[in-house]
Design a protein around this ligand. Structure first.
Ligand code: NAP
Length: 292
């Protein structure tokens, strides 16, 4: 069994990005600039945004953090998005989700200029991804593809089961694993209504679990030699930890790992790659790689 080390892979990629940025700057080019908008004080969002700012520093990017109280109106937030769309120095930006209930996330996502949508959530990027055109691909599925690629894991023609059908993980993951230029696999998507989920998993060469149910994928659901990618990151109360919780994946790691050819741990697997892919998307934005 090989443990897929997302933390080390992400560090390598960030060093590669930094080297490229320094080359761009040395040649007189512009340092990529990522802006992040954070509304309110949700603990998880605060951590994610802080880590994104730190990752920008590690990559040699400029970063801006724009903070609002959760009393901000939808109109005010849309105005902020408009300003960022028009700010020529900002190459890409994100609005950290979730947003307070009185603000439509979809409206905000659709207000972002798709050419600066480094989260890859705008329908134009989602649509272009679905038909295999150059675009920003959302960070979590992109990070998983990158892990599979860097560990030389064969996906072409394999049977891949994706657990979960969310817009940010399950759906794009399934699309990408299906496409010839990415996974080139035979893909099955399972969700909370799937009746043959266990049988599908047992037949799979690759299982990508993204449902948010700690320990859901157990050893009796995994074929010996399978590749298991665990996206789940659920906070489970744990009084022995300084923060009072630990992160738990969707896979019963201790019992599943011995069966696998490759497996990602939680934490230290998919998580670190996600922020790293946001950095790759920002580098692409700075270089106008996908759009002018
Ligand atoms: P989500 O929007 O809550 O969607 C969960 C999906 O799992 C839904 O499609 C749901 O089915 C399915 N599901 C739930 N319970 C199930 C069950 N018992 N059996 C089969 N399917 C079930 O989740 P998400 O945003 O994709 O996130 C999933 C997990 O990944 C969470 O733990 C999240 O924290 C984590 N995550 C991690 C990263 C990272 O960077 N590491 C990034 C994003 C998300 P229905 O559609 O039928 O309801």
């Amino acid at each position: 069994m090989t443990l897929i080390d997302g933390k080390a892979t992400a560090a390598t990629i960030k060093a590669e990005i930094k080297a490229e940025v320094e080359q761009i700057v040395a040649a007189g080019g512009k340092r990529p600039h990522l802006a992040a908008v954070l509304v309110g004080h949700d603990g998880g969002s605060e951590t994610y945004v802080r880590n994104k700012v730190l990752a920008c520093e590690a990559c040699g990017f400029r970063s801006s953090l724009i903070r609002y109280e959760d009393t901000i109106t939808e109109a005010e937030l849309l105005d902020c998005v408009k300003q960022l769309n028009e700010d020529a120095d900002v190459d890409g930006f994100i609005v950290q989700l979730p947003l307070p209930k009185h603000i439509s996330e979809q409206k905000v996502i659709e207000a972002i200029d798709y050419r600066k949508d480094v989260d890859g959530f705008h329908p134009i990027n989602v649509g272009r991804m679905a038909i295999g055109l150059p675009c920003y691909i959302s960070a979590t599925p992109k990070g998983i593809l990158e892990l599979l690629r860097r560990y030389n894991i064969e996906t072409s023609g394999k049977k891949c089961v994706v657990l979960g059908r969310s817009n940010i993980v399950g759906k794009p993951m399934a699309q990408l694993m299906m496409q010839k230029q990415y996974g080139d696999a035979t893909v099955t998507v399972c969700h909370s209504r799937s009746q043959s989920l266990r049988e599908e998993c047992l037949a799979a060469d690759i299982i990508i679990a993204a449902i948010g149910r700690p320990g859901f994928l157990t050893a009796d659901m995994v074929k010996p030699g399978a590749v298991v990618i665990d996206v789940g990151t659920t906070r489970v109360p744990d009084a022995t930890r300084p923060k009072g919780f630990r992160l738990s994946g969707d896979v019963d790691f201790d019992n599943v790992a011995p069966l696998c050819s490759y497996i990602t741990p939680v934490p230290g697997g998919v998580g670190p790659m996600t922020i790293c892919m946001l950095m790759l998307n920002t580098l692409a934005a700075g270089k106008h790689e996908y759009y002018q």
